[in-house]
Design a binder for this molecule. Structure first.
Ligand code: ATP
Ligand code: TZP
Ligand code: MG
Ligand code: MG
Length: 271
């Protein structure tokens, strides 16, 4: 990972303010919009099939989130996804709750067949179920954190021909060949609903300013993880409510240089 590049991407987001189109869930929409704004990007939440084509056409990245999914969302995601593919802007899929219901699993697989999706960001259970592997999921949260997550991520990236990001205590990012592990982050992130969804949107912001998918994804995960560590230093004694707000502050204030200073990234070639 090129350190200078990582730093420059943060500045590029703040200078160019990419517009990120989110078709997302009702739980996290506000938090996601505030997190993107704090980072320096511009959020737009639009999910009506009647308008998503126009909204994607003026956007710099598209984020598809299955959190509170239904048939209308599926239709909208297909329309917006085609517009993104035609325009050549990146798509991030957050397969929230895949494995918890057949509808979610089938719909996510349908989207992956229908669209060219550049990034999938989910927990281990979601990614496993996406490729037909059984992995316990408790609602929208992964049930098991002990499995071989690196092998799972490589397999998913190879099968789905995309960049796969599996998050948890350690984050794995792979294109099916090169594997990065990001060790930044904080357990308080598990106490804030939407912490993963916001991260997926932030991957969209980094991908909007950086064409190389691994560089974009690793930079996004380091930035977010370090912001969470900074937020925890200030608020751990108070609790998740204060942490959530402080995370927004840190997304606004963290510099590329600080991100580089505290980054914990391991890299390895695939077998
Ligand atoms: P889940 O619903 O299973 O919690 P999620 O979609 O919320 O999944 P997470 O896997 O929680 O997504 O990842 C969101 C962010 O939280 C990532 O930056 C990740 O590194 C961080 N994170 C998750 N668990 C931990 C942990 N135990 N320690 C440190 N950071 C964590
Ligand atoms: N239920 C449907 S979507 C959602 C919940 C609780 C939010 C999930 O967000 P995250 O980022 O996976 O914690
Ligand atoms: Mg979480
Ligand atoms: Mg999630």
């Amino acid at each position: 990972m090129n350190q200078k590049k990582m730093i420059s991407l943060v500045n590029k987001i703040r200078e160019t303010k990419p517009l990120i189109h989110n078709i997302t869930n009702i739980v996290v929409a506000n938090f996601t919009a505030n997190g993107l704004l704090a980072l320096g990007a511009k959020p737009v939440m639009a999910s009506a099939p009647e308008e998503v084509n126009e909204i994607t056409e003026i956007s710099d990245a598209l984020v598809l989130n299955l959190g509170t999914f239904n048939k209308v969302y599926l239709e909208s995601m297909k329309i917006a996804g085609k517009a993104a593919n035609n325009k050549g802007i990146p798509i991030v899929l957050d397969p929230v709750g895949v494995g918890a219901s057949c509808f979610r699993t089938n719909s996510a697989q349908e989207l992956l067949q229908y669209l060219h999706i550049q990034f999938i960001r989910g927990n281990a259970a979601e990614v496993a179920n996406l490729i037909g592997h059984k992995w316990e999921i408790k609602g929208v949260e992964t049930g098991n954190t002990d499995g071989d997550i690196v092998s799972l991520a490589i397999l998913a990236a190879q099968k789905l021909k995309t960049t796969v990001i599996i998050t948890g205590k350690n984050d794995i990012i792979t294109d099916g060949n090169v594997v990065f592990q990001v060790q930044n982050g904080h357990p308080l992130l598990t106490k804030v609903t939407g912490a993963g969804c916001l991260l997926s949107a932030i991957v969209g912001a980094f991908a909007a300013v950086e064409k190389e998918p691994l560089e974009a994804a690793v930079s996004a995960l380091v930035f977010y993880g370090v912001a969470a560590e900074m937020a925890a230093v200030k608020t751990a004694a108070l609790g998740p409510g204060s942490f959530q707000i402080e995370l927004i502050n840190q997304l606004a204030n963290l510099t590329g240089e600080q991100m580089d200073q505290y980054s914990l990234v391991l890299r390895r070639e695939g077998d």
